[in-house]
Design a protein around this ligand. Structure first.
Ligand code: SAH
Length: 387
């Protein structure tokens, strides 16, 4: 295996538990390495730090797979996956995120379990090489009805990989229904967003129980109405779900029926436009938009988007009501997000921080790899000025 030498700073970063080596931290590498090749990562005095995969065109040039010099094969993947399962325990029932990329030391690999179905997303060249190995390892661990490859993430295009969706094993012959929180949800692992469902908000939806009885609730960027349905279950006076995706709202409607609930209003509209046009006030507003900061270059523009959205939403929250506001952008730091929301309230409202929210435990945050934390949420009690 070819050796890739890295700088002292990168060696320290690897020793501290990180798994990335940036392109400017590679001090020596052989010519002709191809994207996805396995390499031995070497520090000072020829110390072998482990084995990783390289993409010579990527800013994150090497991602470490193993700190041992051993084989990266089916057994390796099986061990890593079993470790991920142990970390999660039985808390999530039969549907949860099994593998969350760097969080589980399998960079570039996502595996979501929807009951008897597995939806797999491979995001990098390095992982793509292990496609068949991954499928074999998964079949050793799980008795599945189907393994679906959701390799249609835009992230793959950036990496230079083709986009495709494929049933790699088995078949899907009926509806996929999972339990998440206190409700059942229809999931479409072939065409839903990402791999089909947002497990990362699971516990955050449960928080609504404390604040929604009797409340008028707005679930903006609702997707299949995970928040809105829980609000309905726990006695909200009214629930409005807003999303631009017709199919997401259609699934939301079917989820409502599936759970024997009724009365939810579904609105297909741009979230910003909805807030601009509505005269209604809400006791609880949930804002869970897609990332507005897709790259570091878009930081300022994205921040302005968050300020604008939160400002508009705060105008529509009643005095004494709640705003649950999220940012899933990697580029938004937690403290910065607080600042953004404070700016959005400028001259209009005082915000009491009731609770800070994060991603569900099946998307583990590893302190040694700060980038594993991405979902920031604030539960704010809103006091309007001058009242
Ligand atoms: N809260 C959801 C997840 C939201 S994901 C849950 O708990 O499952 C973000 C959603 O925002 C997606 O469903 C996407 O269709 C929607 N979306 C993206 N841009 C939007 C826009 N401009 N206005 C409204 N919805 C939008």
């Amino acid at each position: 295996m070819e050796k890739v030498r890295i700088s002292k700073a990168a060696e320290e970063s690897i020793q501290s538990g990180h798994v990335w080596v940036f392109s400017n931290e590679v001090t020596q590498r052989p010519q002709g390495l191809q994207a996805g090749d396995l390499v031995q990562v070497v520090g000072e005095r020829d110390r072998v730090l482990g084995i990783g995969y390289i993409n010579p065109r990527s800013l994150i040039m090497v991602r470490l797979l193993s700190r041992k010099d051993g084989a990266v094969d089916e057994d390796f993947f099986e061990r890593r996956m079993r470790r991920a399962l142990t970390l999660r325990g039985p808390a999530f029932g039969d549907s949860f995120r099994v593998v969350n990329s760097e969080s589980d030391y399998l960079p570039g690999l996502i595996v979501d379990k929807y009951q008897d179905y597995l939806a797999v997303q491979i995001l990098t060249y390095g992982m793509e090489r292990f496609r068949e190995v991954i499928i074999t390892a998964l079949k050793r661990i799980f008795r599945t009805r189907a393994i679906i490859l959701r390799n249609d993430s835009p992230y793959r295009a950036e990496e230079g990989l083709p986009l495709y969706t494929e049933i790699a094993d088995g078949s899907i012959d009926d509806q996929v229904i999972i339990t998440a929180g206190d409700l059942r949800f229809l999931v479409d692992p072939l065409a839903g967003h990402k791999t089909g469902f947002y497990f990362d908000q699971r516990e955050n939806r449960s928080f609504l129980k404390e604040i929604v009885p009797g409340a008028r609730v707005l679930d903006l960027f609702s997707y299949t109405c995970g928040f809105g349905l829980h609000a309905c279950l726990w006695g909200a006076r009214s629930v409005t779900c807003v999303d631009t995706s017709e199919s997401a709202l259609g699934a939301g409607r079917r989820n409502m029926e599936l759970n024997g609930l009724n009365g939810i209003e579904f609105v297909r509209q741009d979230g910003f436009d909805f807030l601009k046009q509505t005269d209604n006030s809400y006791d609880v507003i949930i804002l869970d938009p897609p990332s507005f900061i897709k790259s570091r270059k878009k930081l300022r523009e994205g921040e302005r988007g968050y300020i604008d959205l939160n400002k508009r939403a705060l105008r529509r929250v009643t005095d004494g009501g709640y705003l649950l506001t999220f940012s899933c952008s990697h580029h938004m730091k937690r403290s910065r997000f607080r600042d953004i929301v404070r700016v959005a309230a400028y001259g209009h409202a005082d915000l009491y921080l009731v609770k800070e929210l994060s991603q569900s435990a099946d998307h583990p945050v590893v302190l040694n790899i700060p980038e594993t934390e991405y979902l920031k949420g604030l539960v704010l009690k809103v006091r309007k000025r001058g009242e």
